[in-house]
Design a protein around this ligand. Structure first.
Ligand SMILES: Nc1ncnc2c1ncn2[C@@H]1O[C@H](COP(=O)(O)OP(=O)(O)OP(=O)(O)O)[C@@H](O)[C@H]1O
Length: 825
């Protein structure tokens, strides 16, 4: 009885009156069947339907209502948002000192990166604009072609029509105007102004149509779209920061730096390029000096020598007694890595290398798995099968991932889960544009290998309409000098026809077909025979796209080239020219008349870009979007469509360089004061229905104190167990939500004075602007102002207390949705 009487919701807030509690002394059995467990832990999840029917009719709400009330909607939204961002468990909030130090570090590194970029530009003689020194992505109107989609920062997306002279109103001198078509009319802009305000919507080689053109007469839709883009960018940057900070919390002892490492390095048969040297030393530092597990991206053009970086990392880890796993996207590449590693480690009989492949018989596989488990194999190479639950490691220290972007979502999640416990080195041949790379320095550990090994000769690229004679002479040229030929088609269908034709043309030459649908063993054998030189011509699909390193294959023929993407072609072409021999890439299209102007232009760009390493320059933006995936994950790239590629990039750079401004310092939950006196009485039937009301209310308070996810879980469990709560309980829960959300948003107190609602906060005006801008509802967006460290709202009338609480709940829920765009302390 005494216990019931002291059933406070929180000391200063709602409590169940003693009058109410008197009705339900502790000894009294509840009127409704109690859950099977004697103590209510609320973790106990019962069948919602079963429990629901046990509620008295008066408390039985419509089922739909139960699902769709404001709390459920908020819970759903937070979960959705969370699932989109992160698959790992909730990250704990950051230690502010640690985070500050990191942000400082990022800023300094970024500054150095930007400095470098500026001097690069100065050297290249690029014009210098003081306001936008480095990241201006605006378009030169003279480079636009009629029909190109453009983005005006203030008005939105339109279609470029042309540039024409016209006489301005207040002058007689004609000047040049840019004409842009919008959904509801034509706009003309003086060229000078246009070059300050216009961006391209698409990548240089893309002709993607925007969903709609913007309206000149109503820019609000564009405003919302732009804000959505900005918020998406902001979230990406915050995610990246949080991930990094989270990783800084993981510790492991640094690996010893041993003379054996230097000896291993000295066995590399080539003189490393300066970029390779930098990458070696970056990785060595990560492993032997840092106390945090490495998560480094090695980004280098095809064939520029990333593998050696991985080999040295493997040596360091394995010679310290740990295991290393090398993950490749295809079995062919896994086999190639296995061969290269076995060869490079052949002088170290104690280091055992294994290949786990689906070609192995069941018993071979079992044997491998047990070797991995007992630590009888030190370097394990394979495809995603290595990520399966059945693979148990003895002492895994390093994970090398080749071409991570080619793995599936589930596999990437699994890779991410490794990152917290082991060192991870990711190799990628998708170039990240230098601009992006430098702007990101500090956010993501990456080493860029942008110079080719010496004596590489540029690949000679020939683009022409398909002709059998040309094909024959290209192949003949390669076979005559003892080399091998890749013949690539976009589809499996058609490989046989090519085979027939080539068998006729080269009757004494060994030719084979390879594609991904082949029986794996057969595919592996074919690839091996091609690598050995037993097969001289390999007719294949783009299964050979990335990573294959066959030094004597120096001619690649690509038929129906228009069906490949630029990045894909770039990768395919990189299969040849991997030594000092001159290599040839013959790109054939069926008939010029069948190709669009755009397709032709795109192909011409590839033909022109035969200089080595030009993937980094040529298709900078084209590639950027893919390189992006390496850094941010791919789903976000979808946000680009909202605002167009260039504005998106500009926003990204803006957001990266202002990362320190966008942080919110949460207030400890107990210190958050909600100065609105509502103490709703719970109906007796409900109280009676709850197994142990006092414990439940205490648990609610504890859950809210912990974090929003605990509170959400609490509410959901409560509803599962007892059905939708009556209104007064909902109000109690909303008070908890309000305090929790306010605390997270850095709001220390909320009070009402007449029609005015005030929220005292530590957030800056900039942060206030960001969160209100990103709010989806105009109601709260427009009614809030920021004044003297307070968020204030003037309501139309003074609301009764419960309605006021509902208003505050909705308002905070709205502001809360922008939390992922902020760095939280
Ligand atoms: N510094 C160097 N000088 C000369 N040759 C080198 C050098 N570094 C690597 N190589 C050789 O260049 C070839 C390509 O290197 P590697 O396979 O490491 O490239 P990669 O960057 O991994 O390419 P991909 O993205 O295609 O996998 C290999 O045969 C390698 O031995």
């Amino acid at each position: 009885m005494a216990a019931k009487a002291s059933l406070f919701f929180s000391p200063s807030e709602c409590f169940l009156t003693t009058r109410l509690c008197k009705l339900f002394p502790t000894t009294q059995k509840p009127c409704f069947p109690s859950p099977s467990s004697s103590s209510i832990t609320l973790i106990n999840v019962l069948n919602a339907d079963a429990v629901y029917t046990k509620l008295p009719p008066r408390l039985r709400n419509a089922r739909q209502e139960q699902e769709r009330d404001a709390i459920s909607l908020l819970n759903e939204r937070i979960r959705r948002e969370h699932a989109k961002r992160d698959h790992s468990p909730l990250r704990p909030s950051m230690d502010s000192e640690e985070a500050d130090k990191y942000i400082q570090l990022v800023k300094e590194q970024q500054q150095r990166g930007l400095q470098k970029l500026k001097s690069d530009r100065a050297r290249q003689g690029a014009p210098h604009d003081a306001a936008q020194p480095t990241f201006s992505y605006k378009v030169d109107p003279y480079t636009l072609r009629s029909g190109d989609y453009v983005v005006h920062r203030k008005v939105g997306i339109g279609r470029f029509v042309g540039i024409k002279f016209d006489v301005p109103k207040d002058s007689k001198e004609p000047i040049e105007y840019v004409f842009i078509e919008y959904a509801d009319g034509m706009a003309k802009l003086p060229v000078k102004q246009a070059s300050r305000l216009l961006y391209r919507y698409n990548l240089p080689n893309e002709t993607k149509r925007p969903r709609t053109l913007s309206k000149l007469s109503d820019t609000s839709a564009w405003e919302r779209r732009r804000m959505k883009g900005k918020v998406a960018v902001q979230k990406m940057v915050v995610d990246l920061m949080e991930l990094y900070l989270h990783r800084l919390k993981q510790k492991r002892p640094p690996y010893p730096k041993t003379p054996a490492m230097a000896e291993f390095a000295s066995q590399f048969p080539f003189e490393p390029t300066p970029d390779q040297k930098q990458a070696f030393s970056d990785v060595e530092r990560d492993l032997t000096e840092s106390k945090n597990p490495m998560d480094r991206l090695i980004c280098g053009d095809v064939g520029f020598g990333k593998t050696e970086v991985a080999l040295r990392a493997i040596f360091c880890v394995v010679s310290a007694g740990k295991q290393a796993m090398v993950l490749a996207p295809t079995i062919v590449l896994a086999k190639q890595h296995f061969d290269v590693i076995s060869e490079r480690f052949s002088r170290y009989p104690n280091i055992r290398v294994g290949l786990l492949s689906r070609f192995q018989t069941k018993s071979e596989k079992e044997e491998y798995l047990s070797m991995i488990k007992d630590g009888r194999v030190d370097i394990i190479v394979g495809t995603h099968s290595l990520l399966g639950n059945r693979v148990e490691y003895n002492n895994l220290g390093l994970l090398v991932v080749d071409e991570e972007q080619r793995f599936g979502v589930k596999q990437k999640e699994r890779i991410a889960s490794f990152k917290t416990s082991v060192d991870v080195l990711t190799l990628s041949a998708t170039p990240i544009p230098r601009t992006l790379y430098l702007a990101l320095t500090g956010f993501r550990d990456a080493s860029l290998i942008s110079t080719p090994p010496p004596e590489r000769v540029p690949i000679r690229t020939h683009l022409s309409a398909y002709s059998k004679d040309k094909v024959i002479s290209a192949i003949k040229h390669e076979l005559d000098r003892g080399g091998r030929v890749f013949y690539v088609l976009p589809r499996i269908k058609g490989l046989e026809d090519v085979m027939e034709f080539l068998e006729l043309a080269f009757p004494h030459v060994e030719i084979a077909i390879a594609h991904g649908k082949q029986y794996s063993k057969q595919l592996e054998e074919t690839m091996e025979r091609f690598a050995r030189g037993d097969i001289r011509i390999l007719i294949c699909t783009n299964i050979v796209e990335s990573g294959l390193d066959i030094q004597d294959a120096n001619t690649i023929i690509i038929q129906d080239v228009q069906q490949f993407g630029l990045a894909q072609l770039y990768q395919l072409r990189g299969r040849v020219g991997r030594t000092d021999k001159e290599a040839h890439a013959h790109l054939f299209y069926p008939d010029k008349s069948l190709l669009s102007d755009h397709a032709l232009e795109r192909l011409a760009a590839l033909e022109e870009c035969c200089e080595l390493g030009q993937g980094f320059q040529l298709a900078e933006r084209d590639m950027a979007i893919r390189g992006f995936g390496n850094i941010f994950g791919e789903q976000q790239t979808g946000d680009v469509g909202n605002v167009g590629i260039d504005l998106f990039f500009e926003m990204l750079f803006e957001s990266l360089s202002k990362v320190d401004e966008h942080r919110v310092i949460s207030v400890p939950y107990p210190a958050m004061e909600l100065d609105i006196n509502i103490n709703p009485h719970l109906p007796s039937e409900y109280i009676n229905h709850l197994e142990n009301p006092m414990q439940i209310i205490n648990s609610a308070e504890k859950a809210a104190e912990k974090d929003i996810f605990n509170l959400m879980q609490f509410t959901e469990n409560l509803r599962r167990q007892y059905g939708k709560e009556p209104y007064s309980m909902e109000i109690l829960l909303k008070k908890l939500y309000v305090r929790r959300m306010a605390a997270d948003l850095g709001i220390s107190s909320i009070y009402a004075s007449g029609k005015m609602v005030g929220m005292k906060t530590n957030m800056s005006k900039k942060v206030f602007k960001l969160i209100t801008d990103s709010a989806t509802s105009d109601i709260h967006q427009n009614s809030l102002i920021f004044e003297d460290g307070q968020i204030k709202a003037e309501l139309l009338l003074e609301l009764p207390k419960e309605q006021l609480l509902n208003w505050i709940f909705q308002c905070l829920a709205e502001l809360y949705s922008s939390l992922p765009t902020l760095i939280k302390y």
